[in-house]
Design a binder for this molecule. Sequence first.
Ligand code: IVH
Length: 718
Amino acid sequence: MPLSDKPVESLTHEEAAAELERLAREIAEHDRRYHGEDAPIISDADYDALRIRNAEIEARFPELVRADSPSRSVGAAPSGTFGKVVHAVPMLSLDNVFSDGDVRDFVASVRRFLAFPPEGEIVFTAEPKIDGLSMSLRYENRRLVTGATRGDGTTGENVTANVRTIADIPQTLPDDAPDVVEVRGEVYMRRDDFFALQKRLAETGQSIANPRNGAAGSLRQKDPEVTRTRPLRFFAYAWGQVSEPLGETQYDVVRRFGDWGFPVNDRMVRCHSVEELLAHYHKIEAERAEIPYDIDGVVYKVDRLDLQERLGFRSRSPRWATAHKFAAEKAMTVLNGIDIQVGRTGALTPVARLEPVTVGGVVVTNATLHNEDYIRGIGSSGQPIRDGRDIRVGDTVIIQRAGDVIPQILDIVPEKRPADSKPYEFPDVCPACGSHAVREEGEAVRRCTGGLICPAQAVERLRHFVSRNAFDIEGLGEKQIEFFFQAQDPALKVQSPADIFTLKARQANSLTRLENIDGFGEISVRKLFAAIEDRRRIEFSRFLYALGIRHVGETNAKRLARHFLSFAAFRKAGEEAVPPAGKGDPGNAAWQELNGVNGIGSVVAEAIVDFFDEDHNRQAVDALLEQVTVLDEEPVGDVSSPVAGKTVVFTGALERMSRDEAKAMAEKLGAKVSGSVSKKTDLVVAGPGAGSKLKQATELGIEVIDEDGWFALVGREG
Ligand code: IVH
């Protein structure tokens, strides 16, 4: 899978959207292999790099965050061998940081969120990040009732019978434990135990790659008696549902777990400053080799539980904790070839094919080469990189999975360059369609000009159309799309989305039988047609996402659907909208509506206008609407919260919470937070110094309350 590692700062919106899509797909696949099959094909560092890249792009293009973004999901769904357990409290993941600077940023972000006074001290805990698998142990009336894996964070696997065989895990808790408590932590294997087990299993032809996989595989045995023979251990470091508070600080609660008989990590300390956190990190890093089990970083957590509560969660991870991962590893290998991939947007991306090499225990075969300048030894602002050394096929290269993207070619070894090597010539025609590939002034990327005729782009667009979060047509995978796209027979050809829905009828009127074609059997054809028929009615947001309008990923599609409620209303706005002609011109009413949708900005609105400006797009939509019915979006609203479904504007100074905390709180309660006051605003929370927004609200007769009024309304004592 190609990975562009163009610096995030220089990505265009289009490239960012395409890359986020690719990352979502790729990370999901790795998650499935890692969590579902215990058989990862890339190193943790490579995997982390993918996630970091994803997070960085999302940070720069928040409007492009996808509903299926890896930043919103944790691990993979349970595999089916065991029963399912729905976690009473989701099992979340941790964000990663890689440098001292990142740690400072983390601490600063915690302070900012809590609007903590500069002289105030926030205490953190710091402890090793155990490289095992997380486990939730539920005790009811002080008896172990369930042991569950994390799964996708919401639903895990019921491995209770196996967990009961682990000596580290108490079967009962002392009297002072609450009636309900879920103790969470890591099941892991010590390295010496792992090696012994590896040797033992080898005698029967079985293999395990590393302690983590050893632990995962041992825990997921069908027969608990097999698990019993495996050297599994446990550390407690977190909790889920509890029937009464466990304590006031992270540190105290973990100590209490220790009192109850759980192993807790003796390298957990309390720190009072960033310097102390970093000192502990570097100490643990130095001790890493002597620590008898694998760790892959240090976890920092806000110690006070009331502050943890206020900080809350992002979609996949807590704001009050982060994992500081250990640094990257490098490796040397040979560059066997350079392939050019053409993306959905026509970007030509060079991909390095490497002689397989193990980095951090896992085999790496591909690396990104960014763009043609990078290959030539020229950086993004035209400056020489690698002292101007170019990269050639046949070169011995040094690869690394750095903090920001991965794996990448860091440098070449000039002494090892073959005498007959030649500079790489970047193609100026598209390898997929032969059209001219041009590089625009100031752009690092070369693009195919083939547009609709380029199969790489058209096929990608169709693939997107049928993908899981779009039309979700099972049986229309990459291979089939490719086949139908290439087909010459008019009864088989699929070149636009509407063609998918006419396929069956065209088949019926022709002598060509799909069933008789290699790769399609009678059953699969029947299933395929059934899957297609099944999608003739489709939710608005999926339909919109499937259209592949630039910048309209799943999140934006949902936002637009929630706002417009029907595709017809959305389309009307998209077709009628006229963006501002210049400064001071607000654009027409349709534009303002589009641009004013919560979370949608002018870039997205512009892309929608552009989309509907194109004749062929309108035609494609019309053709599609002849085939499918787009369902109206149901208006949403969580009736339990007084602000659910309301549009709230915060203005002026807030004294009891930061702007971010206010926003997070309102959103958690089902409100929409907007930056500007309009007729659609329901409530304005105004603090001291509020100016024009307050004035506007008063003029429009919108309800205005102060910060105390807000807390009274939502029922939280500040
Ligand atoms: S705290 C809400 N502490 O790392 C977050 N996690 O990347 C609770 N892990 O899913 C997790 N050691 O499996 C925490 N000392 C530690 C950990 C730790 C390992 C794992 C855990 C978690 C993953 C997140």
